[in-house]
Design a binder for this molecule. Structure first.
Ligand code: MN
Length: 205
C-alpha cells in the first residue's frame, strides 16, 4: 500500500488570522503532498517496507536499506510530522491542557507558562529548519526538544504528541523573518483536546 496525503481536518482559511489561508494551502497540498509522493517513490517495489505503517518504518529506520534510508528519514519524517501537525491544530480550541497532561507538563517545566516559553525558545534557537516537540518517552514520561530538518522523534523511540513546524514555509508568507511572533501566535491554534487524547494513547501503549 502506498502512503496517502491525509485531508486537512479544517478549511484552508480556518486558522486565520494566526496562520493564513495561502500558507496552509501551499503547506498541506504542496509541501506535505511532496513528502508523500517522494516517500512512495523511495519505497517503490519494496513490498516489505510498504506493508509497514509510517510509525513502524520510522521506528525501525536502522533496518531500512542504506540506499533509501535518508530519503525515508526526510520524506517519511516529513509525511508523519505534518500529519501530526494538522491533527493537533484547530480553530477555537481551549487555551491550555487539562487534567493529567497539564499536571505532567507542570512537573516537567514548572508551569504551563514556562513550558510555552521553553518551546518558543527551542523554536527560535533551531538554526535553519526543523521542529519542536512534546513527546512521550518509552517510560511514559514527557520530554520536549527540537529536531533538525524533518527528523522524526519516532526514530528516537519517542511518541510525539505536539509538534510545531519552524521551517520558513510554515510562516514566511505572513511573518517573514519573525519566527518568534509565529511561535507565540501558534498557541492560539493548538487542539489541546487532541493532544490530551494522543497523550493518553501514547502513555498506555
Ligand atoms: Mn512544513
Amino acid at each position: 500500500m502506498s502512503h496517502t496525503l491525509p485531508q486537512l481536518p479544517f478549511a484552508y482559511n480556518a486558522l486565520e488570522p494566526f496562520m493564513d489561508e495561502q500558507t496552509v494551502k501551499i503547506h498541506h497540498d504542496l509541501h506535505h503532498g511532496a513528502y508523500v509522493t517522494k516517500l512512495n517513490a523511495a519505497l517503490e517495489g519494496k513490498d516489505d517496507l510498504l506493508a509497514m505503517t509510517i510509525e513502524e518504518l520510522l521506528k525501525n529506520i536502522s533496518e531500512v536499506p542504506e540506499s533509501i534510508k535518508q530519503a525515508v528519514i526526510n520524506n517519511g519524517g516529513g509525511y508523519a510530522n505534518h500529519t501530526l501537525f494538522w491533527k493537533i491544530m484547530t480553530p477555537g480550541g481551549k487555551s491550555e491542557p487539562e487534567g493529567e497532561l497539564m499536571t505532567k507538563i507542570n512537573e516537567l517545566c514548572g508551569s504551563f507558562a514556562e513550558f510555552k516559553t521553553a518551546i518558543e525558545n527551542e523554536g527560535a534557537a533551531r538554526f535553519g529548519s526543523g521542529w519542536v516537540w512534546l513527546v512521550v518517552k518509552s517510560d511514559g514520561t514527557l520530554a520536549h526538544y527540537s529536531t533538525p530538518n524533518q527528523d522524526s522523534p519516532i526514530m528516537n523511540g519517542d511518541k510525539p504528541i505536539l509538534g510545531v513546524d519552524v521551517w520558513e514555509h510554515a510562516y514566511y508568507l505572513k511573518y517573514q523573518n519573525r519566527r518568534p511572533e509565529y511561535l507565540s501566535n501558534w498557541w492560539n491554534l493548538v487542539n489541546w483536546d487532541k493532544v490530551e487524547e494522543l497523550y493518553q494513547n501514547a502513555k498506555n501503549n
